[in-house]
Design a protein. Sequence first.
Length: 239
Amino acid sequence: MKNTILITISLSLCLSCKGPLKKENTDIKIYDNSILSIIDINSKIEILADSISLPEGPLWDEESNSLLFTDIINNKVLSWNEKDGVKDYISPSGNTGYAPNSGEALVGANALNFDAKGNLILCQMGDRRVSIIKNSPTSKPNFETLIDNYNGKRLNSPNDIIISSDGFYYFSDPAFGFLNLDTFKFVESDLREIDFHGIYRFNPINKELSLVTDKVSVPNGLALSLDEKFLFIKKMGVL
């Protein structure tokens, strides 16, 4: 890959205007000029939704021409499109009572993705699993568990998930479900069975789960390089 582009997104989306603005938009911060081949520096930043405590996992759904994203605090998946605005999509999203959890930390769903058949994959922090569900709005979700343990020990709280071109799932499993939101420190709990923050690879064909690394403290976002030779890992608090 010729260039690696890292962009900090502050819970808003950059949408191209119909015509160029007269002045450069100073709200857009450029860290690598190669991004200019993708976005217009004159783009207008438009707020699509507000009053959401902790939005995460933005995923564009081409079938419905909608943006799907998670509301972690309120345990929902939301959708946005130009016609309907913001609406509840799947609720509850990440804390359904499937697994014991602290009940006080981040327990809603986080990252979203699509499998090869268009089903929705969710990192469920409260249920402490990676699950799958038909991609359609529902208030009575019927999730199917893909991964909920490593070597017989229940996962911490899956956070981000990406899929390689050959079909492997890579996901991060920090212990955000055991994070004290007042002190921003991890709490000791008998419910936590894995004593590290892991990065895993899952084969959806044979269901094999392998540990990529347990050496990254508090891993968060994941991305693959364009040639997929490198896996980039975003640590909490570090870009």
